[in-house]
Ligand binder design. Structure first.
Ligand SMILES: [Zn+2]
Length: 76
């Protein structure tokens, strides 16, 4: 599949709650919630802001997996 943020090739793993775990060599690993995936059908992420936020989440939470859910998603 293509990364939802940068559009490069990425690995996708479906998760039980309807979300997906994305591993992109450029954006890192992030989880997209099922609700956000639905919204993605009609909206697009604000790529620079979203990437900054993923970076901030990883520093703040000391985790490698950043979350894109309805609270953290930044749309164009
Ligand atoms: Zn990417």
């Amino acid at each position: 599949m293509k990364c939802y943020l940068c559009g490069l090739d990425a690995q996708k793993t479906d998760e039980a709650n309807g979300g997906q775990l994305i591993e992109c060599s450029d954006c890192g690993t992030y989880r997209v919630s099922g609700l956000v995936l639905k919204e993605l059908e009609v909206k697009a992420f604000n790529f620079p802001k979203m990437r900054d936020d993923l970076h901030r989440q990883r520093q703040f939470n000391a985790t490698l997996v950043a979350e894109i859910n309805t609270e953290t998603a930044i749309w164009v």
